[in-house]
Each structure stands twice: as structure tokens, then as C-alpha cells.
Design a protein around this ligand. Structure first.
Ligand code: PRT
Ligand code: MG
Length: 211
């Protein structure tokens, strides 16, 4: 049995065409079904639906053989035991620093101000500001980061931006790109050795579909 861990929403939606290219189709859509284990047209392949940030954990422990996770998620975690063979080039966005429209970020940085930064991506933010030599106090949030500067919790946020619509709607502006982000295929290293015959053709099919 091959188990593939996906999160519902954009990762599932954008992985579907790749699965299809590998000859895998699901009977159910996690957007409407409440099932967490989805059977496929291939008896030996099943899909499990987990939170986006839990995908690496399921694959690390071997509860899933493969998974699809954003680079943002992978950068926040210890990814031992994981092999990352392929950038799937899906669920693309950018990790950005954003501030309220009226805030002069470059000036604050030049003047060596100490900034309060709210984010879900504490590890990524810590490394980014340390490399720039900017002093920050990081405040960990689990969502709706855009709110933090509006109510005085933080001067700036670090968050993912795709269309920019969320920033705009909340009177924020992106001031710095930290990194481009896309989803990666991840594979349990032990599973790859033990089930190479079943997994390698899937990796090859994904690679062809991406190229
Ligand atoms: O939503 P949940 O709390 O369950 O988990 P999650 O947010 O981690 O999952 P999900 O499905 O929302 O995101 C899964 C993956 O999609 C992320 O790990 C990213 O790699 C990728 N991705 C691509 C994005 C976006 N684009 C994105 N725009 N993830 C989140 N966003 C959010 C962003 O955080 C911000 O709140 O969308 C908002 C900005 O979008 P725009 O279009 O208004 O700029
Ligand atoms: Mg989300």
C-alpha cells in the first residue's frame, strides 16, 4: 500500500492534475466529503487528508509514504528522514515582510529600530532578520497575521502573499521579499528504499507532469 498525505484546499486541488498524470484518480473530493482516507482507482494507492503543517510529520513517521507540503511549512520544521526530490511548482506564493501603509520600513531599518514582528513563520522570520542584522521581537501567531499591525500588536508581519488582495484590504503593503514559495513532493526515506518498485514510477510520473 502507498499512502499519500495531502492537505485540502489549494494543495489538494493543484496536486490532482499531477496525480491524474500518474494515473491516480480519487472517487471523492475532500472539499465535500468528510472522509480523511480517500481510496483511489488504484487499489494499492490511498490518499490521507491532514492539516498542511502536519503533512511532514505523517511522512517523517512513515504513516504516509509521500506527501505534498509548502516550502514555508518545510522551512519551519526539522525535516530529518525526509527526502525532497521535486519542486512541484504549485501553490506558488511569496514569503514577505509587510507593514501598515503609513509605516516607513526602510527608514526604521536604517535607524536600527527594534521591530515587533508577528508571524506564524517564526523560524523563517528569525533567520531573515538575523541575516539582515535587524533586531526583532517575534510574536508567534497561528493565523490572521494581517490583523496584528492594525490593532497595535506588531509593527510588521511576515506572511505569505499571492494576489496581494489580503494585504490591500487591510491597508498593509509588502516591503520585502524573503523567499519565493512553492509546494514540494516529500518522501519517507525508508519507504523509498523498501517500496522503491512502487514509489519510483510515481516520482517519475510527477517529474514528467511538472516538466
Ligand atoms: O488554512 P489552514 O490553517 O488549515 O492551513 P494552511 O494555511 O497552512 O493551509 P492552506 O491550505 O491555506 O495553505 C497550504 C499551502 O499553500 C501553504 O503552506 C503555502 O505553501 C501555499 N500557499 C500558496 C498559500 C498561499 N498561496 C496564500 N496566499 N498559503 C496561504 N496563503 C494565505 C496567506 O497566508 C494570506 O493570509 O492567503 C492570504 C494571502 O493571499 P492573497 O492572495 O490575498 O495575497
Ligand atoms: Mg490557510
Amino acid at each position: 500500500m502507498i499512502t499519500i498525505a495531502l492537505s485540502k484546499g489549494r494543495i489538494f486541488d493543484e496536486t490532482l492534475p499531477l496525480l491524474k498524470a500518474a494515473g491516480i484518480r480519487t472517487a471523492e473530493d475532500p472539499g465535500t466529503s468528510r472522509k480523511l482516507i480517500l481510496q483511489t482507482n488504484r487499489r494499492e494507492v490511498r490518499i490521507i487528508i491532514v492539516r498542511a503543517s502536519d503533512v511532514p510529520t505523517y511522512v517523517q513517521y512513515g504513516a504516509a509514504d509521500l506527501g505534498v507540503a509548502g516550502k514555508d511549512v518545510l522551512d519551519e520544521q526539522d525535516c530529518g528522514g525526509l527526502y525532497q526530490p521535486l519542486d512541484l511548482n504549485i501553490a506558488r506564493c511569496r514569503m514577505m515582510v509587510a507593514v501598515p501603509n503609513g509605516f516607513d520600513y526602510q527608514r526604521a531599518v536604517r535607524h536600527g529600530a527594534r521591530l515587533r514582528v508577528a508571524t506564524k513563520y517564526v523560524q523563517t522570520a528569525r533567520e531573515h532578520f538575523a541575516a539582515k542584522g535587524v533586531h526583532v521581537d517575534l510574536i508567534k501567531l497561528y493565523g490572521s497575521m494581517e490583523l496584528a499591525p492594525l490593532v497595535g500588536l506588531a509593527d510588521a508581519i511576515v506572511d505569505l502573499v499571492s494576489s496581494g488582495g489580503t494585504l490591500k484590504a487591510n491597508n498593509l503593503k509588502a516591503v520585502e521579499e524573503i523567499a519565493p514559495v512553492s509546494a514540494r513532493l516529500i518522501v519517507n526515506q525508508a519507504a523509498l528504499k523498501l517500496k522503491r518498485g512502487a514509489i519510483q514510477p510515481l516520482l517519475d510520473a510527477f517529474a514528467r507532469a511538472v516538466a
